[in-house]
Write a protein that binds this ligand. Structure first.
Ligand code: NAP
Length: 288
């Protein structure tokens, strides 16, 4: 396991607004180390005003590719040469590949979410009902992943219901017969809908460090033991939402497996190498 920077080292990295606490550099540089590859993954912090210049810089500096994170996953699309179909439908890109000066955008959050749900959550998706709290950028990828796998029904609860309506309007044409219902977050029907569901996802940022006393669910009695409760947040590893769900006897999963799997998928797009995901996840769980 040798890691040496030299004239042939290929650069990959992450572009975002505040990425000081991002785990992506750790994940990718662990993979690079493990497979002794001549790559290096770097953080590139940029402002909204400089985003276009930063994307041009990928070409100018012959960077192999980057991840795109909050809040630029949607804004970045206009600076790309090509966008892969599912990323275009979702309207968000989290990975850019530079192929001889042609920049192509992908969305690996979809596959990351799906894989974590199926492998870590042992959740089959098809024919199930899900409640999703939140309608921001990541919620779009979550809804897309569930529809692609044949979920029977999705209820989205969001503080700003118009944003959830937009997700429904944008995505349902690609999935004829899809069943998506929208409600405001502070809605009494949350109780009934959670009772009917087997999957409850927190796709809001409520509970994320440093505001760890926040939770999107107003009442912990709404959890039940027949639920898989999934919090997309990975810092802290166990949010208040997950702690309350666990207390109610529900099975829980946090956002780390998804983060690792989407990263592995991006890594594959840049290098053609698909690392062993369970081993990488265990390493990151141990050292993060
Ligand atoms: P985003 O686009 O900013 O969306 C934030 C969501 O949280 C929106 O639904 C927003 O509601 C809701 N929200 C924020 N503050 C709220 C409040 N005070 N009360 C009620 N609702 C509130 O963010 P995002 O990119 O979708 O990310 C959401 C979360 O997912 C973050 O915690 C992020 O760390 C996590 N994430 C995890 C992964 C992973 O790989 N595990 C990947 C991406 C994101 P409004 O629409 O009403 O504003």
């Amino acid at each position: 396991m040798k890691n040496e920077i030299n004239g042939k080292t290929k650069i990959i990295g992450i572009i975002g607004r505040s990425i000081e606490n991002s785990l992506s550099p750790l994940i990718h540089n662990q993979i690079i180390l493990k497979y002794s590859l001549n790559f290096c993954y770097l953080p590139f912090q940029t402002t909204k005003t400089n985003l276009g210049k930063a994307i041009q810089g990928i070409k100018a500096l012959n960077i192999r590719g980057v991840n795109i994170t909050f809040p630029y996953k949607e804004k970045v699309i206009k600076f790309l040469d090509e966008v892969e179909e599912s990323a275009r439908r979702i309207g968000a890109v989290n990975t850019i590949v530079n192929n001889k000066g042609i920049l192509t955008g992908y969305n690996t959050d979809v596959i990351g979410f799906k894989k974590s749900l199926q492998e870590d959550g042992k959740f089959a998706i098809k024919g199930e009902k899900a409640v999703i709290l939140g309608a921001g950028g990541v919620s779009r990828a979550v809804v897309y992943a569930l529809l692609e796998e044949g979920i029977e029904g999705i209820c989205i609860f969001n503080r700003t219901p118009e944003k959830a309506e937009k997700i429904k309007k944008d995505l349902s044409p690609f999935f004829p017969g899809s069943n998506i219902n929208i409600f405001p977050l502070e809605e009494e029907r949350l109780k009934d809908k959670i009772e009917e569901a087997h999957l409850l996802v927190n796709a809001t940022s409520l509970g994320m460090s440093p505001k760890i006393d926040n939770t999107p669910l107003p009442d912990e009695k709404l959890f039940h033991s027949d639920l898989l409760v999934y919090d997309l947040i990975y810092y802290p590893a166990k949010t208040l939402f997950l702690r309350q769900a666990e207390k109610a006897g529900a099975k829980i999963i946090n956002g780390l497996p998804m983060l690792v799997y989407q990263g592995i998928e991006s890594f594959y797009l840049w290098t053609g190498l698909k690392p062993e995901s369970k081993e990488i996840l265990e390493t990151i769980q141990r050292i993060a």
